[in-house]
Design a protein around this ligand. Structure first.
Ligand code: UT7
Length: 348
């Protein structure tokens, strides 16, 4: 029994803001942002768009691919999507910027709008590692129950709405977007010759670094109070240097452990999709491990850091441009708030 990826999709808001656009509003420059992060632009959701809206669009695109309905249009496509949605047993959605704090989960809103009436739905909170955590969670829930066969796994974020636009050290880093995959339990082997699908996952956390990436206000630790004049919404605070050091170390260690546990070398891996937080993190880890730069797929230049959405967005982009062939071994690697980290090994 294998857990295979049978469809990918993404949703990117149309409004594109370049570094030069930002430099007109805050004290920064294209040169600083590019040289420190590799970011050239980011896409920003319109005021009327919430996390579930991007998640729904990405989910529909992934479902259309899984159902072979990519080329259909209009009512025919809607009918194919409605039918495919009923085949979902589970929706797991990773986000740090859901529609509502606490309840309902954003996954439940997507379940309703998609018409996935047979699917259980829940959110996973693991910040930028959220997609890796969610993929493993969904695979585990499919594996443990013979009646569950198909799951939709989404990473969706509207980070520009929780960015502190007075803090140039963080606000230039983030963008909005969503990515999704459909996974299915199949009769293919997950071990030995011809093995397919999700082979192995490493998940980890170091909660002692919780303060390094935090939304400090608005939760039960520090709720907004009646009568309080709020001068800042609940926004991201980040100790960039601490997260950077954590990221380089965990990316290096986790790639090494995934290869060792699977008994393979980096030469066996076709592509690596890292969390797109900073191109320098990827370059530093790649250098330590002796991995050629071209093995990493990077699209941070166009989308900036979209947290839990960055890996599935990259996966869909690479897949749709023909960069992932059947039987390719794909490695994902992520890190972020919590602090959390993780990686998956997937045979495409
Ligand atoms: O996805 C979640 C995980 N997050 C991450 O992985 C982020 C990890 N951290 C990083 O990527 C990097 O630490 C940053 C990109 C956030 C910062 O890069 P850095 O090289 O560590 O810069 P810095 O914070 O040490 O700042 C260096 C200088 C400072 O000026 P002084 O004090 O040296 O005069 C900053 O004030 O750069 C200045 N600076 C800026 N200048 C122009 C900070 N932000 C900006 C900016 N534009 N946007």
């Amino acid at each position: 029994m294998a857990i295979e990826v049978i469809g990918t999709g993404r949703a990117i808001p149309p409004q594109r803001i370049t570094n030069d656009d930002l430099a007109k509003r805050i004290d920064t420059s294209d040169e600083w942002i590019r040289s420190h992060t590799g970011i050239g632009a980011r896409h920003i959701a319109g005021d009327e768009t919430a996390c579930s809206d991007l998640a729904l669009e990405a989910a529909k695109n992934a479902l259309a691919m899984a159902a072979g309905a990519d080329t259909l249009t209009g009512a025919e496509k809607e009918a194919a999507l409605a039918e495919a949605a009923l085949t979902l047993d589970l929706i797991v959605l990773a986000t740090a910027t859901g529609d509502y704090p606490g309840s309902p989960s954003t996954a439940c809103i997507v379940q309703d709008k998609l018409g996935a009436r047979n699917a259980a739905a829940m959110d996973v909170g693991a910040a930028c590692s959220g997609f890796i955590y969610s993929l493993e969670t969904a695979a585990g829930l499919l594996s443990i129950n013979k009646n569950r066969k198909r799951a939709l796994v989404i990473g969706s974020e509207i980070l520009t709405r929780v960015a502190d636009w007075t803090d140039r050290g963080t606000c230039v880093l983030f963008g909005d977007g969503a990515g999704a995959v459909i996974i299915e339990k199949t009769g293919a082997p997950s071990e030995g010759p011809g093995k397919r699908g999700l082979l192995r996952t490493i998940l980890g956390a170091d909660g002692s670094g919780a303060e390094h990436l935090i939304f400090r206000r608005g939760g039960s630790r520090s709720p907004f109070k009646i009568g309080e004049t709020v001068v800042k919404h609940s926004c991201i605070e980040m100790n960039g240097q601490a997260v950077y050091n954590f990221a380089v170390k965990t990316v290096t260690d986790t790639i090494g452990r995934l290869l060792e546990q699977e008994g393979i070398t980096i030469a066996d891996v076709a592509r690596i999709i890292p969390h797109q937080a900073n191109a320098r993190i990827v370059q530093a880890a790649g250098k330590r491990l002796g991995i050629p730069e071209e093995k990493f797929f990077l699209n941070i230049g166009e989308y900036a850091n979209t947290s839990s959405a960055s890996i599935p967005i990259a996966m869909d982009e690479l897949n749709r441009k023909g960069g992932l062939k059947r039987s390719d071994l794909l490695l994902t690697i992520g890190f972020g708030g919590g602090l959390t980290y993780g990686g998956n090994l997937i045979v495409w």
